[in-house]
Design a protein. Structure first.
Length: 255
């Protein structure tokens, strides 16, 4: 047999393997290892693959907004398409302050260009809120007040009310990863005091993922972490049952 014989290829037939493509902010050091860890119950039948998009600051400045332009996103998606990813996600939360309309248009262009299903973290949050019927949201981020206020306004325009919020007044983006899991958990606990329908940890470079299930058990409130929400939506778009990841929180149990 020769190396080109299809019977020797690990992924033949291709339908037995699922590849998830993630576009990652360049200064993010959290989402890749956390995503890989969450996928362990699925073995190597579902794998995550990453391309990077230059992101070094989170603010409402023109330079910050320019980081998230379509051209850069589509170029990163094209790289992931070369790995034949079944789903491609912008694994970043910029849509929460820049608005979902632009992300919906970008996703449509991404799907047309790559042939893969596509999504974003902010669009995934919208789906997750629907799962729990959540309208009153506790918002936890490391962001500047101006960004937090813009997220709150965008949520209000879409029928969601931010009833409590915690933020760290940090323009990041690299520094977001330097805050401890324990600090993020404490911010969630403070946001829970207003009894929201769900608490959203909005940032994919923030260490909320590992404590979601424990915080849900402690607080009795769904806790939706950006990294987990993005992975959940990617699995759904790929037609993968999320129940094996139920230890990661109620959202995965919901399917």
């Amino acid at each position: 047999m020769t190396p080109t014989d299809p019977s020797l290829r690990r992924d033949y037939p291709r339908s037995t393997w699922t590849r998830l493509g993630m576009i990652v902010p360049s200064s993010n050091t959290v989402l890749e290892p956390y995503t890989a860890a969450m996928l362990r119950p699925l073995g190597d039948s579902v794998t995550a693959h990453f391309a990077r998009l230059k992101v070094t600051e989170i603010s409402l400045s023109g330079a910050s907004k320019d980081q998230f332009g379509d051209a850069a996103q589509l170029a990163a998606a094209a790289q992931l398409a070369e790995a034949f990813c079944d789903v491609i996600a912008w694994n970043g939360t910029s849509g929460s302050w820049l608005g979902l309309a632009g992300e919906e248009a970008m996703v449509a262009r991404m799907e047309a260009a790559t042939g893969a299903r596509a999504t974003t973290t902010s669009l995934a949050f919208r789906e997750a809120y629907g799962v729990f019927g959540a309208k009153r949201i506790g918002l936890v981020t490391p962001y500047l007040a101006e960004v937090q206020e813009k997220i709150t306004a965008n949520y209000a325009a879409s029928g969601l009310t931010v009833v409590s919020e915690e933020h760290l007044e940090d323009p990041g983006n690299f520094t977001f990863a330097e805050y401890s899991d324990a600090l993020v958990a404490d911010l969630v606990r403070r946001a829970a005091e207003a009894k929201p329908d769900a608490i959203a940890i909005v940032c994919t470079n923030f260490r909320g993922t590992r404590h979601v299930a424990a915080l849900e058990a402690e607080l009795g409130i769904p806790v939706l972490d950006s990294i987990a929400v993005t992975l959940w939506q990617c699995l759904r778009l790929a037609g993968i049952d999320t129940a094996p990841l139920g230890a990661e929180g109620r959202l995965f149990e919901a399917g």
